[in-house]
Each structure stands twice: as structure tokens, then as C-alpha cells.
Design a protein around this ligand. Structure first.
Ligand code: 5AD
Ligand code: SF4
Length: 451
């Protein structure tokens, strides 16, 4: 769809602001690469950009209101605005309305169409506002430029979309049906990321463990097969994946946690609630027991695995006793870290029109109790790593002189002081633990101490 607007100068600088999940971060990076290919440069920190992409998230809360206030904030003192593109899931869900309500927005582009952003920028410069929320049959991934730059830890989207239709969730509507990117394209992108500096790759998907493909010999493979092939890239040191669904947790993938040394001992496996009636109403298609059994099987092959999850409190009809079951589940698992949310009705989802919506104050109180339990377990998990020696992938400098920040195998933030560089995989001994990070002492490599 196109509507007229006034022509403007070609943008020289851009800024992409991504909200929400890691897949949006990945999409944001890819949009930045597309714009850079057009000769548009990233705007220096603190300076206005000629083109701003708001890469939005629609999963919870007042997503659309936030977009409108962000658009308002982009207005300059002289009343003009940069060229604004709204991308991501709010664009997909509410594109037409954004175009009507926000004249400053010149482009609305959905998560499956953003490879067309350069053409849309050209249209906008020529004075034509455009919306593209198609879910084209051709994949956007084929149209994206080659990866040329990467930090030590990179994201790689391998799977998109969702066919699960949990009754509270917009993702099946905004991201579309489950698709798996082809094996060869993923190996190729991973190799390029590694050549560009990545030492850790996190495989991304709304249901990443539903990924399936065919390997080079035409054999059907799952995520474990893909991880095995990636592990053969010599300079790649670590592999992670997120987010998984309990129903797609195959024995092959579970076994991979003991068989592939580069696969990190961390599993993000959302459960959402600890009560079977609530899980059924959520259309989760697993029970508390079947979920706990999966965790037992993972722990059997990888006893040190760190477990993570997502929780929703106050799903319509959730009683106090049902919520207490969630706390019981948390106690039984002992998570290393988790995300927890108040239920937020999303227009168009079945749960939004269910009776018995839980009052806000009740949700607040339940969230507080749940988070207190999760924080307690996170602190206990961190404390249990004190005295252990582990690797840390150095991601950036810390605030103190000579200080570096990175991640442990269990995805904890670790800081230490000593000789290191970004991208190094160093060995540290964990000396102390706080609720959100660990302090490590750098172990001098054997060859360096001999010198
Ligand atoms: N309300 C609250 N939380 C939600 N999530 C998804 N949809 C909703 C909603 N309507 C949470 C789930 C999911 C995570 C990405 O966001 O916990 O796993
Ligand atoms: Fe949403 Fe459920 Fe799909 Fe996850 S599995 S993206 S919560 S519908």
C-alpha cells in the first residue's frame, strides 16, 4: 500500500532501535546491514539520525502506545522528524492504523518483509509512504546481504514462526507459520559469522528446537544435527539455542548436551505455569509432569545444566491455589534464571475474551511472590558456582581499569581483571557471586607462566 507524502533528501545516517526478543535483535542487525549496503552510515552515538527504524515488539503490555510515544519523541525542535520506519511485530499487527495515526511514519514493514526496506526507503525519499506486511513465499533470508561484521557472541535465526497457538500469544499471528531455514544456508551464515569474529553462536527461533532440515547427504536432521555440524567449525567455541518448546525436546537434542562439548550447559525451556488446568487452558499441550520428566532426562545426561524458563502469572481464571502450584514447580526445579510476566490480553487471541480475567492488583502481588522465589534460586545458583573454574568468553570492557566482562558457560555475567582481549576465551576461577553477576580471578595460562 502506498500513500503520498513530500519528497525528502536521501538519508545519510540511520539508527535501528530494537525492542523485545533476541530475534528482533537479529532482525535489527540485518536491517542495519541492508541500510549500510545502500551507503547509509550508522548515526554516531548521541547524534540525530536521518532515518530511524523502530523495530517493535507486540508480545505484552501497551506495545502500540509505546510506539506512538517513541515516534513523538523523535520529533526535532524545529518540528521536523527523521524518516521513520516502523518494523517488527507491532508493524505486522497494526500497520494500517499506524499509517493513519502517525503521519511522521513513512514506512511500515513486517518481520517477514524487511528485506524490501531499501526499496521502501527509496519510495519514501520520493514522497511515497509504503506499508509492506506481506509474508512472501520467497524467504527474506535469501535477499539479505552476507554477514561481514560480528561481535564475539552472535545470533543466528534458524527458525521462525509458530504453529503452537498458545491461547495468550500473538506470535503465530505476527510471525506466521513455523519455517526452518535450510541447513546449507545456516552453515554458510555461521561460517561467515565466525570469519567476521564470532566465537559463540546462539541459534534463534520462536520454537528453535522444532528446526528440521536435510544435511549435505540428504538425511533428515534436527537441531542436534545442525549443532553437531556447527561444532566442526574450528574457531567456533560455543553454541547455544533459544527458545525451545517442551514438546519439541527430542532425545537426540537432549543427548547432544553430553555429546557436543561446544554446546553450552544451558537450557531455556519455558513452562509458563505450574498447574495442569491452567496449562490446558493455555493450550500448552504438555503437563507439569511431562515437563519435569524432560528436565530429569536433560539432567541425567548433563548434571550441571543451568535451567531457565518463562512464566505468566494471572492467566484468565488462575486461582490462588493454581498459582501456588507454579511456586511449587519453581521450588522443584531450581532455575538458574527466568523471565516472568503478568498476563497481558492480546487482541485476536482466544485468552483475551476468556471470562475471569485476573485483577491487576492480584497479578502484581503474584508476580512479586514469583520473582522473589526466582531471585532466591538465581542467587543460590550463582553462589554454587563459587570456587569453580570455568571458561569466560570476553565480550567487552568493564568500568574499572583492566576489567573485562563476559559470560560463563551457564550464561552468567562474569567480571575479572587482567590481561585479555574481546573475543578471548579465558579461564577464571569464580571468587564471589552476587545476584546478577560473578567475580572471577583470571587463571594465567600454563604457557604464559612458564615464560
Ligand atoms: N502476556 C504475558 N506474557 C506473554 N508471553 C507471551 N504472550 C504473553 C502475554 N499475552 C510471554 C511468554 C513467552 C514469552 C516470550 O513472553 O512467557 O514465553
Ligand atoms: Fe507463543 Fe506458544 Fe508459540 Fe511460544 S509456543 S511463540 S508462547 S504460541
Amino acid at each position: 500500500m502506498q500513500t503520498p507524502s513530500s519528497p525528502v533528501a536521501n538519508p545519510k545516517t540511520y539508527r535501528v532501535k530494537s525492542f523485545g526478543c533476541q530475534m528482533n535483535v537479529y532482525d535489527g542487525e540485518r536491517m542495519a546491514e541492508l541500510l549500510a549496503e545502500q551507503g547509509i552510515a550508522p548515526a554516531p552515538e548521541g547524534e540525530d539520525a536521518d532515518l530511524v527504524v523502530l523495530n517493535t515488539c507486540h508480545i505484552r503490555e501497551k506495545a502500540a502506545e509505546k510506539v506512538y510515544s517513541d515516534i513523538g519523541r523523535l520529533k526535532r525542535d524545529d518540528g521536523t522528524s527523521p524518516l521513520i520506519a516502523v518494523a517488527g511485530c507491532v508493524a505486522q499487527a497494526e500497520g494500517e492504523e499506524i499509517m493513519t495515526r502517525a503521519p511522521a511514519v513513512k514506512m511500515v514493514v513486517g518481520p517477514q518483509a524487511y528485506h524490501r526496506l531499501p526499496q521502501m526507503v527509496a519510495e519514501a525519499v520520493a514522497g511515497r509512504r509504503a506499508t509492506d506486511t506481506d509474508m512472501p513465499a520467497e524467504t527474506k533470508f535469501d535477499a539479505l546481504p552476507r554477514r561481514r561484521r560480528s561481535g564475539p557472541s552472535a545470533f543466528l535465526t534458524v527458525q521462525e514462526g509458530c504453529d503452537k497457538f498458545c491461547t495468550y500469544c500473538v506470535v503465530p499471528y505476527t510471525r506466521g507459520a513455523e519455517i526452518s531455514r535450510p541447513y546449507a544456508a545456516l552453515i554458510d551464515e555461521a561460517k561467515r559469522l565466525v570469519e567476521a569474529g564470532a566465537r559463540e553462536i546462539t541459534l534463534l527461533g520462536q520454537n528453535v528446537n522444532a528446526w528440521s532440515g536435510e544435511d549435505a547427504k540428504g538425511r533428515a536432521v534436527g537441531l542436534d544435527g545442525l549443532a553437531r555440524e556447527l561444532a566442526a567449525i574450528p574457531e567456533l567455541a560455543r553454541i547455544r539455542y533459544t527458545t525451545s518448546h517442551p514438546n519439541d525436546m527430542t532425545q537426540g537434542l537432549i543427548d547432544a548436551h553430553s555429546e557436543i562439548a561446544k554446546l553450552m550447559p544451558f537450557l531455556h525451556l519455558p513452562v509458563q505455569a505450574g498447574n495442569d488446568r491452567v496449562l490446558k487452558a493455555m493450550n500448552r499441550s504438555h503437563t507439569v509432569e511431562s515437563y519435569l520428566k524432560i528436565l530429569d532426562r536433560v539432567r541425567a545426561v548433563r548434571p550441571d545444566i543451568a535451567l531457565s524458563g518463562d512464566f505468566i502469572v494471572g492467566f484468565p481464571g488462575e486461582t490462588e491455589a493454581e498459582f501456588a502450584d507454579t511456586l511449587k514447580l519453581v521450588d522443584a526445579v531450581g532455575y538458574s534464571q527466568c523471565y516472568s510476566f503478568k498476563y497481558s490480553p492480546r487482541a485476536g487471541t482466544p485468552a483475551a475474551t476468556m471470562g475471569d480475567q485476573v485483577p491487576a492488583a492480584v497479578m502484581d502481588e503474584r508476580l512479586q511472590r514469583l520473582q522473589a522465589a526466582l531471585n532466591r534460586d538465581q542467587a543460590a545458583f550463582n553462589a554454587a558456582t563459587v570456587g569453580k573454574t570455568c571458561t569466560v568468553l570476553v565480550e567487552r570492557r568493564g568500568k574499572l581499569p583492566g576489567q573485562w566482562l563476559g559470560k560463563s558457560p551457564w550464561l552468567q555475567s562474569v567480571h575479572f581483571i587482567g590481561e585479555a582481549a574481546i573475543g578471548d576465551l579465558v579461564t577464571v576461577e569464580i571468587a564471589s557471586a552476587g545476584p546478577n553477576s560473578l567475580a572471577g580471578v583470571l587463571k594465567v595460562p600454563a604457557d604464559a607462566s612458564a615464560a
